[in-house]
Design a protein around this ligand. Sequence first.
Ligand code: NAD
Length: 473
Amino acid sequence: MHSPLVVLGGGPGGYAAAFLAADQGMEVTIVESSPVLGGACLMHGCIPSKALLHVAHVMREARELQTWGVDIENVVIDVDRMRAQKETVLRRLAGGLGQLAKGRKVNLVQARGTLIDNHTLKLDGSGGSNPAAATLSFDHLILATGSRPAVPGPLAVDSDRVMDSTAALELKDVPDRLLVVGGGYIGLEMATVYSALGSQVTVVELTDGLLPGVDRDLVRNLQRRLSSQLSELHLGTQVQALTAAATHVMAQCGKAGESWAGEFDRVLIAVGRRPNSDGLGLENTAIQLDDRGFVVTDDQLRTAESHICAIGDLAGEPMLAHKASHQGRLVVAGLQGQVATFGEQVIPAVVFTDPEIAWCGITEQTAKQTATVVETAMFPWAASGRAQAVGRPDGLTKWFVEPGSERLLGCGIVGVGAGELIAEATLAVQKKLTVKDITSTIHPHPTMSETVLASAEAFYGTATEIYKPRRPG
Ligand code: NAD
């Protein structure tokens, strides 16, 4: 079998590339080992986590109505129905993707694809519309095989009490005592879910703070609220070993030479993800991997085999679905003869905790690392009418500004719905807008989006909701 364009992997990078290519008139085949499109993001990541975080958020909001004189008693959680509802959402979305592929006449092959040379994939477990094919040759290939949870040796325990993010999202039950290893994106999102559902959650994080790399003032707001939700939080502490018994898991933890052990009903390991670059047969091509296993590409996402591109988690950090789908679109533009490069792209990031943390462009850490001089303008949500009205003044919006030009270099937000607000800031930073571009734009009142405006006004000392003159005269 031959297809001019083959996409290996049907996640948000792969299907975006394939659909767009088909829309542009190309003949496309997606090779995907799972029976449905959507990848880890849809089936074991972004979407199921957001479904469960939605439940957690509504539950917390309902409890907090006490302040308003509303007591919601007798909350009963039916985990089986919750799981079934989550699976309904996933089935609906996966079914939609299948229909979209069919409508576009994208050829779907359900198989594991391995490169046997630089123009041929061997197909194992071939199914779908071409069950008999054993090999598939191509003119162009887009590698979009994503990533999987990393489990370091001492934590790799063969017990269903020890879970990765995929298993934790299956929501088998609500354990009484859950240990979360790693205070990063996944650890904190899942800690938010399970603590709302009633687990006693302990988070152990290796570094001295949660979400390493994220600005400390943003994390501080989150940590304040999280500490009332978590049973225990241990920073600067390493989970060194896990031992599973029939009824529990023992965790051996160490901090500055001291060690302690804890007993838990379940453990979630969330210490990072690794690219799915092994087992692809890349050794049968000239494609190179870097020392972390990412496929090396140029700024047009071409590998050392220029007719083979790599996108998404496979092609490097940050491992975010929206980066993957954008790269998929760029690669298709490249196949159409355009020179589309990925170098200058501003990539927003969102941690969907409660409150959410979102940022784009430069951060405190990257400013320090690149010795970039920035001015910072902040607006605390305690001064936002909308934030006060909904009882969530625990937010902060800030801009990083280039002195002199007043160009917006980055934005950081912590607060309810920060993930939605960051889109405006991403546009501003991507398009090299200035502080005045934001201050001269009317934002709707009363909304949290006004904090994006007000923090820009704070740069000039003209935010009327706070009194902090910045530039007298
Ligand atoms: P992460 O890199 O965000 O966090 C892992 C954490 O584990 C780090 O803080 C690290 O210091 C800590 N750690 C490592 N070893 C440890 C040990 N032995 N004991 C205690 N702590 C230890 O990784 P993640 O949370 O697994 O997420 C992986 C990637 O998935 C993220 O980098 C992100 O790109 C992506 N992701 C994104 C979202 C989102 O966009 N909202 C959500 C989930 C995952």
